[in-house]
Design a binder for this molecule. Structure first.
Ligand SMILES: Nc1ncnc2c1ncn2[C@@H]1O[C@H](COP(=O)(O)OP(=O)(O)OP(=O)(O)O)[C@@H](O)[C@H]1O
Ligand SMILES: [Mg+2]
Length: 370
């Protein structure tokens, strides 16, 4: 383990009865990064966080914090939560309603024996950092949702934890406030240089906040990487479909290859041929069914007269056109059968009933086993 590793999970498992909540999860969180566990409901995100926090003990594996083993099944070792120096903000951030803003933040310090002026200064500094300066004497119940959220963050930050655990901390906020908190958390995290293990099932939140993401499925980290690498080079169909929108077309492999694969489309697009990158995994044989996948924003609308059909293109027909201010959202029919949603710029005139030629550049098209 390098000096830069704050948290390390080694083959950690946890089951509840017959449910395998976490299944041999292994990962490393480095100092100063925001590392996010992203995955569908029930995939084991909260359980993983609870194991790190010491609110639950693993059935197998080992958890190391800052080079110190805090949970190990084989060594029969378990360090309780209050000795792990972690900050935690969970979905239902429990601020103490009977206390003032100041006392809410001071409480964790008092617990740790910090008192007097040193305590006051630290509380004031952290409240200032998140924009709650001046509200010290206010009762915690008289704060807005966003302010309560920030107060919960303060309480977790004030004793400078080695690692901050955040479990869907913005899920109680409305969409606008969520966006605002996302930016604020990012700025705060950078300013303080804190290490964060973040849990969400919201992909925008994950993509925008994280240095690295582990996409989880059924208790396992399916793929770990930077937001861009996961988005642009997913290692499995699960990761591909979980992150962002994907247009998927079906066909049959015409000429296989380890780098590029040509696929003959079927159904209403029969006769069209698309070349794309071979997805990770075992190579596809000639004649097998394949999925051709592309992000909608990577589709180029090359001409608006519907002519020309070579060079990785498909014909499209604008069925419905919605002007949404900054762009058009168009429902486009491909060969009459499949419909996709495309965003079209305001720079050109579009109309319903218009025929389009869609180019699907080979370098951003990937070919998967169906
Ligand atoms: N205390 C428990 N007793 C029994 N089953 C549990 C317990 N805690 C979690 N589980 C089960 O373990 C699995 C993983 O749960 P977990 O809460 O970790 O999921 P999650 O990824 O956080 O989901 P969500 O996005 O809905 O919060 C689920 O099937 C859940 O029902
Ligand atoms: Mg959860």
């Amino acid at each position: 383990m390098s000096d830069n590793t704050v948290l390390r999970l080694d083959g950690v498992s946890k089951s509840y009865g017959t449910v395998q909540a976490v299944d041999r999860a292994s990962l490393e969180v480095r100092r100063g990064e925001v590392f996010t566990l992203l995955g569908p409901s029930g995939c084991g995100k909260t359980t993983t966080l609870r194991l790190v926090a010491g609110l639950d003990d693993p059935d197998a594996g080992e958890i190391t914090l800052r080079g110190r083993v805090v949970a190990s099944v084989s060594r029969r070792l378990f360090v309780p939560p209050h000795k792990r120096n972690l900050g935690m903000v969970f979905q239902s951030y429990a601020i103490w309603p009977h206390m003032t803003v100041f006392d809410n933040v001071a409480y964790p310090l008092r617990l740790r024996g910090v008192r007097g002026r040193a305590m006051r200064e630290r509380v004031e500094r952290v409240l200032e950092l998140v924009g709650l300066g001046g509200l010290e004497r206010r009762s915690a119940t008289l704060l807005s949702g966003g302010q309560m959220q920030r107060l919960a963050l303060c309480r977790a930050l004030v004793y400078e934890p080695d690692l901050l655990l955040l479990d869907e901390p913005f899920s109680n906020l409305d969409a606008k406030l969520r966006e605002q908190m996302r930016v604020e958390l990012k700025l705060l995290q950078r300013r303080l240089g804190i290490t964060v293990l973040f849990v969400t099932h919201d992909q925008i939140e994950a993509l925008s906040l994280s240095n690295r993401i582990a996409v989880m499925d059924r208790g396992r980290a399916e793929q770990i990487g930077s937001p861009r690498s996961l988005y642009e080079a997913p290692a499995s169909a699960f990761v591909r479909d979980f992150l962002g929108q994907t247009v998927i077309l079906t066909g049959e492999v015409e000429s296989p290859g380890t780098e590029m694969v040509a696929v003959r489309m079927d159904g209403a697009l029969d006769g069209h041929r698309l070349v794309g990158r071979a997805a990770p995994g075992s190579p596809l044989a000639r004649g097998v069914k394949a999925h051709v996948a592309i992000r909608p924003e990577d589709i180029e609308v090359t001409s608006s007269d519907g002519s020309g059909s070579d060079g990785n293109t498909l014909p499209g027909l604008v069925e419905a056109l919605l002007f949404v201010g900054d762009r058009y959202e168009a429902r486009v029919a491909l060969g009459g059968e499949q419909r996709i949603l495309l965003f079209l710029g305001r720079g050109r005139e579009w109309r319903e009933g218009q025929r389009l030629t869609l180019r699907l550049p080979p370098e951003v098209l990937s070919v998967w086993p169906a």
